[in-house]
Write a protein that binds this ligand. Structure first.
Ligand code: ADP
Ligand code: MG
Length: 588
């Protein structure tokens, strides 16, 4: 199949999948509009012939209309012919309105479907897959590609309607004079050949434009995230070198694409006029048909050619933007394929034990966890200790169900985590990491995650967030992009306040107590001491001093458990790894 044919087939299948019968309704509306236009044009022949008193021979079209009028019992006279034309064009206007409005409705439906599918598949996809995604590409898709892809699909639809219109006019014309029709097809195919070369080039260019645009956006985002370092060290100048290269190639691709567009625009009229003149020449040399039917055919041919040109333009624009359809549909399909698996068992009560049984986890070939066993009872404070890179965060990701163990099991009240409904399990989990999770919204929304109402005063006190009352806007005042308007410690305390508000049962702190200011460290320590016995806490840290409040400890080294057990017993045993760790560091 030719490249045109395979593109046409590929996108028609996509449209059928997305729009089903609505796509056929749209085509039917186009067809009806075109046929009505054909009839309207045809009725001008009897109009001219009736007005021209000298005319003796009547064209076959006029004879056909005469038959239709008399079978309807309407006199075939000037006023009635005029009324007929007015009626047909009125009807055509209505159909055109329906066609455009229906297309608009379908377009907004498709945009809605793409957006929701993207957002839903994104929120339901599994973490191992999501962690490998380029956030620049994903935000580029959300930012513009989703809209562009829908526009592009509708450019395809309008290309298809133009082609349908071309064929309809040709069929109508061939009823009147097949020779003329043949010449029309020859002429249109000739112009198609010229424009085909340009179309191929446009497709290639547009694909590289999309790639360059997302790498530009990705790099700018990265620079913004690292702005503090880049500005303070002057290294921002270095990133400018890379940015300039990207921007330069982006502009040159855009320029080449606009030259292609200009070429197509410039070629349109010369091709059109030459074709029409060729038809006139053909008629005056070979045909003896009455002049009125020649005018009619020329009108049809003219209409057909303008539609063919419109088809070329929208097909070219479609090709230039179609890579956004490919990008969006393939990304949505990829996201949908990587949806996190979920079990059916719902957790309705607070779990009383969490257990890791011989859990191993591999990143590719690298084994980050090796046969880890760990049992956590409700109300216990368990400290997970280990050097950086020993596998602590991997263990936490397994406990939250973000990673599925390569071998071994995670049991919650004796039920394998794989069989649990993850939402019902995670409602019980709180999670605080070293990097605070902050939204560019108010303090209140950061704590209550858009729940209605006011932040409970008790939570504000416990987390020392009273300063929020004195800020501009109080608790409704903004915290800035990634919390830029508040301090690091305040960001971290907002994270704790959020988990207090969620009223969770198992709180995981992954290095959340490392490098904290005194106030925040104090708030967290007080919380941990107060909650001992009522909430379950997993405290992940590389600092052995932070583990002193724990009931039990687990020490990891290169993914394997070196030691685990009751904290007091390990401290009493001077030969234990924990005691040795403790002796090797200064008390805080
Ligand atoms: P910790 O939290 O104890 O510092 P991690 O659990 O983050 O350690 O990492 C354990 C090991 O796994 C490290 O050697 C780290 O380099 C590796 N690792 C972590 N994440 C990935 C990943 N996505 N792909 C490959 N290796 C990884
Ligand atoms: Mg870590």
């Amino acid at each position: 199949m030719s490249r045109w044919g395979s593109s046409f087939f590929q996108y028609s299948t996509l449209i059928w999948k997305e729009m089903r019968w609505n796509s056929l309704i749209l085509m039917a509306l186009t067809l009806i509009t075109t046929v009505l236009d054909g009839f309207g044009l045809a009725l001008f022949l009897p109009l001219i012939e009736t007005m021209d008193a000298d005319q003796t021979s009547r064209s076959p079209v006029t004879n056909w209309f005469h038959l239709v009028y008399s079978s309807l019992g309407i006199p075939f006279e000037l006023p009635y012919i005029i009324a007929g034309i007015v009626c047909i064009y009125g009807l055509k206007g209505c159909m055109l309105f329906c066609e455009v409005a229906f297309a608009g409705w379908q377009k907004s439906r498709l945009a809605f479907s793409f957006r929701t599918r993207f957002v839903e598949s994104f929120s339901n996809s599994n973490f191992s897959f999501l962690a490998k995604q380029d956030s620049g590409v994903l935000s580029h898709i959300a930012g513009g590609e989703l809209t562009d892809s829908v526009n592009s699909i509708f450019l395809f639809v309008s290309s298809a309607s133009c082609l349908l219109t071309v064929f309809t006019y040709i069929i109508v014309a061939s009823f009147v004079n097949p020779f003329f029709t043949l010449v029309t097809i020859l002429l249109t195919s000739m112009s198609a050949l010229i424009l085909r070369v340009l179309n191929r080039k446009a497709k290639l260019l547009s694909a590289s434009l999309v790639k360059q645009q997302s790498s530009f956006q990705g790099f700018v985002t990265e620079n913004l995230q690292n702005a503090k370092y880049l500005l303070a060290t002057g290294t921002i100048q270095k990133t400018l070198i890379k940015l300039r290269i990207i921007v330069k190639s982006l502009s040159s691709t855009m320029f080449k694409l606009s030259i292609l567009k200009a070429l197509v625009k410039g070629l349109r009229e010369p091709i059109l006029v030459t074709s029409l003149l060729a038809l006139v020449g053909f008629h005056s040399t070979f045909s003896e048909a009455p002049v009125t039917s020649v005018i009619f055919i020329l009108l049809l041919v003219y209409r057909s050619l303008t539609n063919f040109m419109a088809y070329q333009v929208s097909w070219q624009t479609f090709l230039a933007t179609s890579s956004s359809i490919d990008l969006v549909t393939s990304k949505i399909a990829e996201l949908e394929k990587n949806v996190e698996s979920n079990g059916a068992t719902r957790i309705t009560e607070v779990p009383s034990t969490y257990e890791l049984l011989g859990v191993s986890y591999k990143y590719g070939d690298f084994e980050a966890l090796k046969g880890v066993n760990l049992k956590i009872d409700t109300g216990q404070l368990v400290a997970i200790l280990g050097e950086s890179g020993s596998g602590k965060s991997t263990l936490v990701n397994i406990l939250t169900g973000l990673f599925v163990p390569t071998s071994g099991q995670v049991l919650v009240d004796g039920v394998d985590l794989r069989e649990l409904d993850k939402k019902s399990y995670r409602r019980h989990l709180g999670y605080i990491t070293q990097e605070s999770v902050i939204f560019n919204d108010s303090m209140k929304n950061n704590i209550m995650l858009w729940t209605e109402g006011q932040v409970p005063e008790s939570i504000i006190k416990k987390t020392a967030l009273d300063f929020g009352h004195n800020r501009e806007g109080g608790m409704d005042g903004p915290v800035g992009d990634r919390g830029g308007l508040i301090s690091g410690g305040q960001r971290q305390r907002i994270g704790l306040a959020r988990e207090l508000f969620r009223n969770i049962d198992l709180l995981i702190l992954d290095e959340a107590t490392s490098s904290l200011d005194h106030k925040t460290a104090d708030v967290i320590r007080k919380y941990l001491r107060k909650m001992k016995g009522s909430k379950t806490i997993v405290l992940v840290t590389h600092n052995v001093n932070h583990a002193l409040d724990a009931d039990s400890v687990l020490i990891l080294d290169k993914g394997a458990v070196v030691e685990s057990g009751n904290l007091q017993l390990l401290m009493a045993n001077k030969a234990s790894t924990f005691s040795q760790y403790l002796n090797s560091v200064k008390p805080e």
